[in-house]
Design a protein around this ligand. Structure first.
Ligand code: ADP
Ligand code: ASP
Ligand code: MG
Length: 429
């Protein structure tokens, strides 16, 4: 029997009873004869609570200390899960990210894993222990400081461990039965996908479907580790995230499966929109604006520049960015006002992004038309549009996101005949 790598999210570890339930589930795999390695997240919403606490203490906490604080959440879970396993008659060893050999770059708050040296994990497995690793954290190769991987990062810890330990796949246990065609908290008629390709899952995760951390999917694709997303509250088979060729593979009965055109609809309420009004239509103006934002280390998402009005030779440039960077961006742009000579800056953080994702749209005309009409029929105005080969995204008023998601979901016949989407836990925070 091989190595099994499992991840349990905070929603599966909300309280003491949940910790014991997860321990029983882990022990089932150990009893079946596997070597078991588990990555755990902080309990319930405790990461948010630690963040609130930090902000109460200091308006701008130093990034190093914030990482020190947040990693404590996962350390609490790892020790409690190990204790619960020992009560079931098995031995477990918990390790921090650093002890487990999770080596990262030195960027606090969103560190990238650059290597995993799982020596201590392997020896603990050789000694017959179940291994529990604190997720979402590592140690910087250069600075030797403790780092965190960004919100939702325990998914990435799990996949990185699976790759380093040469596991066949990685099991991600959460509070829903798999990856659905939309967030089941918003669209109760969403249906579970049996399989989804790495490419589609990357777009879903990048467009706000927080069921999987974006980096975890990138990592899984790079190392070719299939991910099985499933519920820790049920025994149902979940969703397999696999290469595109495996999505198209025949069904177990040998029937050729026709790939759906659309994999799902994602939404994101974490962005803001900035419009630079009245930019002179001259060579180099856009470059100057975006250089200033790059210098401020701001990642942009959509960018739209209108054709300038002939009479004025002035144009508007709008873009979206993480809300958290909104004020920094406005400051950086205001400093450019004399140099570029734009008329004004507009800031709007009451926006939401809706994205339709599916590899099948490459070969099916009319997908955009149907998407836009469904949103129009719901009475929602589209403010911006962007596309990739397998995705169409629109920006709409934040208050209308739920309506627009539901409308697009129905228009593409994604609604299940019977409601199958169960949300077992979590607060959705
Ligand atoms: P965990 O604590 O297990 O990491 P998360 O809260 O990070 O759980 O992720 C699970 C949540 O992701 C679900 O409860 C659901 O609300 C949300 N979600 C968003 N989009 C999707 C989707 N397409 N399919 C399933 N869940 C989704
Ligand atoms: N506890 C961290 C968070 O809430 C990491 C994770 O849950 O994956 O973002
Ligand atoms: Mg998560």
């Amino acid at each position: 029997m091989g190595i099994v790598v499992q991840k349990y999210g905070g929603s599966s570890l909300a309280d003491a009873a949940a910790v014991k339930r997860v321990a029983r589930r882990i022990v089932e795999s150990k009893r079946a004869g596997h070597d078991v390695v588990v990555a755990v997240s902080a309990m319930g919403d405790s990461t948010d609570e630690l963040l609130d606490l930090a902000n109460d203490v200091s308006p701008l906490p130093p990034a190093r200390e914030l990482d020190m604080l947040l990693t404590a959440g996962e350390r609490i879970s790892m020790a409690l899960v190990a204790m619960a396993i020992s009560d079931l008659g098995f031995t477990a060893r918990s390790f921090t990210g650093s002890q487990a050999g999770v080596i990262t770059d030195s960027v606090h708050g969103k560190a990238k894993i650059i290597d995993v040296t799982p020596g201590r994990i392997s020896s603990a497995l050789d000694d017959g222990h179940v291994v529990i690793v604190a997720g979402f954290q590592g140690v910087s190769q250069d600075t030797k400081e403790i780092t965190t991987l960004g919100r939702g990062g325990t998914d990435t810890t799990a996949v990185a461990l699976a790759a380093a330990l040469h596991a066949d796949h990685c099991e991600i246990y959460t509070d829903v039965d798999g990856v659905f065609t939309a967030d089941p908290r918003i669209v109760p008629t969403a249906h579970k996908l049996d399989r989804v390709s790495y490419e589609e899952m990357l777009e879903l995760a990048a467009c706000g479907a927080k069921i999987l951390h974006l980096r975890c999917v990138e990592y899984a694709r790079r190392y070719d580790i299939p991910i099985h997303v499933r519920s820790s509250f049920s025994q149902l088979e979940g969703t397999w995230v696999v290469p595109e060729s495996a999505v198209d593979a025949d069904s177990p009965e040998g029937e050729p499966m026709e790939q759906a055109i659309i994999a799902g609809v994602a939404h994101d309420r974490s962005e803001a929109k900035i419009t630079v009004v009245g930019v002179p239509d001259k060579v180099g103006e856009a470059a100057r604006i975006f250089e200033a934002l790059a210098d401020a280390e701001i990642n942009l998402d959509m960018i739209v520049q209108n054709v300038s009005a002939a009479a004025t030779s002035l144009t508007d440039i709008s873009f979206t960015l993480p809300r958290a960077d909104g004020q920094t961006a406005m400051k950086a742009l205001a400093a450019l006002s004399d140099e570029v000579g734009f008329a004004s800056l507009l800031y709007d953080d009451k926006i939401g992004k809706i994205s339709l994702i599916g590899a099948g749209m490459r070969s099916h005309p009319g997908v955009s038309a149907k998407f836009f009409s469904s949103i129009a029929a719901a009475g929602v105005n589209i403010q911006m549009i962007s596309t990739s080969e397998i995705r169409i995204s629109v920006i709409v008023d934040e208050g209308l996101v739920d309506d627009a998601v539901a409308a697009a979901h129905s228009a593409f016949d994604l609604d299940a005949d019977e409601v199958e989407a169960v949300v077992y836990g979590g607060t959705g925070r």
